[in-house]
Design a protein around this ligand. Structure first.
Ligand SMILES: Cc1ncc(COP(=O)(O)O)c(C=O)c1O
Length: 397
């Protein structure tokens, strides 16, 4: 059946990461030996004490409508967590609980920007930022970054874009896909520039707890005197809770109130038992720290395994990530050899090596590929072997 899709959805395509994960799942269902390193999803189970809290909430009859802004004790716990872990000073009224960080980003961008507003999005970017901006009828202004700059936005170029009228900046540190982590000083500089031009900063810190040999600097601690900041975070990555769908946004009271009104007409909030599980994740400090430490240790081992393995494969240049769980790889020589862009290359790897990776094109950097290391060491070792096979097949040395 052909249906008319209204202009509201114009140009919004399937998420490339979800699309590649879906293709890999289809091949797996047909019994093909696919290794999928495309999903941004920790392969660990949700820690037991968190899952139990969700189950207990269901048994206790916490199965009714949640408040649109989120469960009051969870909002209070998020404010407390941000002060302990990120150096923020927020009240519970400044916290909105959402259906994952994705909805927090949508609500923030939809609330703060409208038709024609320009939003600076440094590339490589997480796949959903430009479509969300477009859904708000805003205009994503893509700011390229380079390996030489550590894939971090050049402050002078950000300033120039604000000067020419851009009203917002999306930051993502640690970054998906590059793994770049902004230092406190780098964040200070960007906040000062935004303040000079009265621009909004949307800071997506969903990978805040997953860093390697470095510290996460949060906008919560860096923008105390500057109000036009919305911090987005959630439980999916640090707590292995992707399917529970709990995230949050923190910002000025009036903005949070407006985002709550929007949410009240769309989905009310995320499921109440999930909010109780999230509450346990934040309030039980010791088991939380232990669970995170174990996961980060495992990610760190896999990161080292992959970095070493990929660096030894001809034609691929991996960039060591300081955070998150992705390896960002310059595969330009492979693209040239195949005569294809990064999407063509990833389709070739899926067809011929049964290896699912995400093309850099989806992140606004077409000669790169992204490999998720949220997978077992066995799967990663096998993936390295398949990449080595591909390098021979593509004639690289
Ligand atoms: C940078 C970034 N922001 C937001 C999200 C969305 O997370 P959630 O599962 O909380 O909606 C993701 C998920 O992949 C992500 O990588």
């Amino acid at each position: 059946m052909s249906v008319q899709v209204y202009a509201n959805l114009g140009g919004v395509e399937e998420s490339a990461t979800l699309g590649m994960t879906r293709l890999a799942a289809e091949l797996k269902a047909a019994d093909l030996p696919v290794i999928s390193l495309s999903a941004g999803e920790p392969d660990f189970a949700t820690p037991g004490f968190i899952a139990e809290a969700g189950i207990e909430a269901i048994r206790d009859g916490q199965t009714h409508y949640p408040p649109a802004a989120g469960l009051a004790p969870l909002r209070a716990e998020v404010a407390a967590y941000l002060s302990q872990e990120c150096g923020g000073a927020y009240t519970p009224e400044q916290v909105l609980v959402t259906v994952g960080a994705k909805q927090a980003l949508f609500n923030a961008i939809f609330t703060l920007f409208g038709p024609g507003n320009r939003i600076v999005i440094p590339a490589p970017y997480w796949v959903s930022y430009p479509p969300i901006a477009r859904l708000a009828r805003a205009v994503p202004v893509i700011l390229e970054t380079t390996a030489a700059d550590g894939f971090k936005p050049d402050p002078d170029r950000v300033a120039a874009l604000f000067r020419s009228g851009a009203r917002g900046l999306v930051l993502n540190s640690p970054s998906n896909p590059s793994g770049a982590v902004l230092s406190g000083a780098e964040l200070d500089r960007l906040v000062a520039i935004a303040a000079k031009y009265d621009a909004w900063i949307i800071s997506d810190e969903i990978y805040h707890a997953i860093v390697y040999n470095t510290e996460h600097a949060s906008v919560a601690a860096r923008a105390r005197d500057y109000e036009r900041v919305v911090l987005v975070n959630g439980f999916s990555k640090a707590f292995a809770m992707t399917g529970w769908r709990v995230g949050y946004a923190v910002g000025p009271r009036e903005v949070i109130a407006a985002m709550t009104r929007l949410q009240g007409h769309i989905n009310t909030n995320t499921a109440l038992p999930c909010q109780y599980a999230a509450l346990a994740a934040l309030s039980e400090r010791e088991p939380r720290q232990r669970a995170i430490e174990e996961m980060v240790l495992a990610f760190n081992r896999r990161r080292d395994l992959l970095l070493k393995g990929v660096a030894a494969i001809p034609g691929l240049t991996p960039y060591p990530p300081d955070g998150a769980f992705y390896l960002w790889i310059d595969a330009g020589r492979w693209c040239d050899s195949l005569g294809a862009n990064s999407t063509g290359l990833c389709m070739d790897l899926l067809d011929n090596e049964r290896l699912a990776l995400v093309p850099g094109e989806a992140f606004g950097a077409d000669r790169f590929i992204r490999l998720s290391f949220a997978a077992t060491e066995e799967a990663l070792t096998e993936a390295l072997e398949r990449l080595a096979d591909a390098s021979v097949r593509l004639g690289l040395r």
